[in-house]
Design a protein. Structure first.
Length: 530
């Protein structure tokens, strides 16, 4: 991992927006934060658990192109703390604006380590060379709320940083979606959901992408040099401002699960959202009833914890023999919402298929996706087997978490080199149902080389060193002129992604050697006569 060069730190400070700071940490590459689990500390606030969120593309997987970003922290003169993401040159670590089309997603946790303080508000500022069409700071709801895993806490909905012919040094955020308008040079601070919080998970999306699948759009000349998230603190004794929330609805349309949601608070004079429907401190106790407990067994109540917007919970299976109408009702603070659905007889949870595909960009790697026949209300433990575990091993079991969307769970397996095209059949079993998928692994062709070959003519002692790109390869030496086999080389250990080999013995006179691998690699080399 390449760190920011000392000579670049001064230039980086110039590139960042003006931010009076009492203490500034050196910039750290985001890839280093992700791979090492390193945390960044700014006074009483710690930024940790830097991860790459999973994309919605298939095959699903984390984004990895973050080598052109670095992160640093600052303690500001007013007591607030800032986390600053800065665009860098991946080769040198020097600050350099990113231009053209790109997308970055980085998730991190924010924790107040001093019990005397709590988080109170967050502000978003852009650097002077940042010109993007959309940026948002998002709040991740507590699990198992799977309907809206992330809700926009602060979003920049002014398209293009160069607005009205004036290049601003900061951008105002909005509290989802429109309650806090664009600010001035200091941005626009937005209160955190649920009142003051000691810690929370934040997911920060920033970048430009010309694909509306993610809702990102670029300006005329999209670029990013830096984005700062500034958090203010208040004493822990500060009273939490009460937030009036009301129920938005109940959903029991998915077998095995139910969810309740909160509504946005809207200003009736201008139809703007005053506050999104996040459960305040202490949570929200929702009372539940069902018109038919056999068709839809519901708990008497469920508590939506602080910070949640939609809260999902498992329910019992329908004990009916024919389609049955049932009404579910939820009540909180004088508001009652309901939903009527037709419940069908419970369908046994089984496997529909097992999908397997190569992982793009990761050689010798397969993505396996066990697909259920429906959403599972409880964790599904799937037994796994491989017809050739020496070549492609799989774990004995794989658990799909409860309430996972169908086809969303996957795992990767690493395959071993094979000397010929090799078929491997993977099987998955659940509740008496087994599904299989056969994959043909192409023959591995390694690269071999003779790195040293010396013959002592006087006594016929031959010494040879060689390498192969496949650590498990078997290398055979022969006289290139006569074809006579001299012997098998000894594997002396790993070297990079391959292995080293050696041979020493008494042989007949030889001037040229031929090296052959059982993985088809070959090499020829002259023998130095001594």
């Amino acid at each position: 991992m390449r760190n920011i060069l000392p000579s670049s730190i001064l230039a980086l400070a110039v590139a960042l927006m003006a931010m009076p700071a009492a203490a500034q940490t050196p910039p750290t590459p985001v890839t280093q934060l992700v791979s090492t689990g390193q945390a960044l500390v700014a006074g009483d606030v710690t930024f940790s658990n830097f991860t790459l969120p999973t994309t919605m593309l298939f095959p699903p997987g984390p984004l990895t192109a973050v080598d052109d970003m670095a992160a640093s922290t600052a303690v500001n003169a007013d007591g607030s703390v800032s986390l600053v993401f800065t665009a860098i040159d991946p080769a040198t670590g020097a600050p350099r604006p990113i231009t053209a089309e790109f997308q970055h997603q980085i998730a991190y946790d924010v924790t107040v380590t001093n019990p005397a303080f709590l988080l109170n508000a967050v502000n978003q500022q852009f650097g002077p060379a940042t010109n993007v069409g959309f940026n948002s700071l998002e709040y991740r709801e507590p699990l198992p709320s799977f309907v809206n895993l992330d809700d926009v806490l602060i979003s920049d909905n002014v398209f293009g940083h160069n607005v009205d012919g004036t290049l601003g040094v900061s951008r105002g955020g909005v509290l989802y979606p429109l309650s806090c308008q664009r600010g001035g040079p200091t941005g626009c601070a937005s209160p955190l959901p649920g009142g003051n919080r000691a810690s929370l998970g934040l997911q920060n999306y920033f970048g430009v992408i010309l694909d509306n699948r993610f809702g990102f759009t670029g300006g005329a000349t999209p670029s990013v040099d830096s984005i700062a998230m500034t958090f203010t603190l208040v004493p822990a004794t500060t009273p939490v401002t009460p937030i009036a929330v009301t129920l938005a609805g109940i959903d029991v349309s998915i077998p095995g699960t139910a969810s309740v949601g909160l509504a946005d608070t809207v200003d009736p004079t201008n139809s703007l959202v005053i506050h999104p429907g996040f459960a305040p401190a202490g949570g929200v106790l929702v009372t539940l009833t069902t018109s038919n407990a056999a068709a839809l067994p519901l708990p008497a109540s469920v508590t939506m914890p602080q910070g949640s917007r939609v809260w999902a919970f498992p329910v019992g299976a329908a004990n009916v023999d024919a389609p049955t109408p049932v009404t579910a009702t939820a009540s909180f603070n004088g508001v009652t919402v309901s939903q009527t659905v037709t419940v069908n007889p419970a369908v046994p949870l089984t496997l529909a298929s097992l999908q397997a595909s190569a992982v793009i960009g990761l050689p010798n790697s397969l993505l396996l996706v066990p697909v259920l026949n429906r959403v599972n209300g409880s964790p599904a433990v799937i037994a796994l087997t491989s017809s050739n575990p020496a070549v492609a091993a799989v774990p004995a079991s794989f658990t799909i978490p409860a309430l996972s969307p169908v086809g969303s769970a996957f795992f990767r397996t690493t395959t071993q080199p094979v000397g010929v095209d090799t078929s491997v059949t993977f099987s998955a079993s659940l509740n008496g149902t087994t599904v299989s998928q056969t994959v043909t692994l192409p023959k591995t062709v390694d690269q071999v080389a003779i790195t040293k070959a010396e013959l002592v003519v006087k006594n016929g002692q031959l010494k040879v060193d060689a390498t192969s790109t496949v650590p498990s390869a078997v290398l055979t030496l022969s006289n290139a002129a006569t074809g006579a086999v001299i012997g098998t080389m000894t594997n002396t250990g790993l070297s990079g992604s391959g292995a080293k080999y050696s041979f020493q013995g008494t042989v007949s006179p030889v001037t040229t050697l031929r090296l052959i691998s059982n993985f088809s690699g070959t090499a020829t080399g002259a023998v130095a006569q001594k």
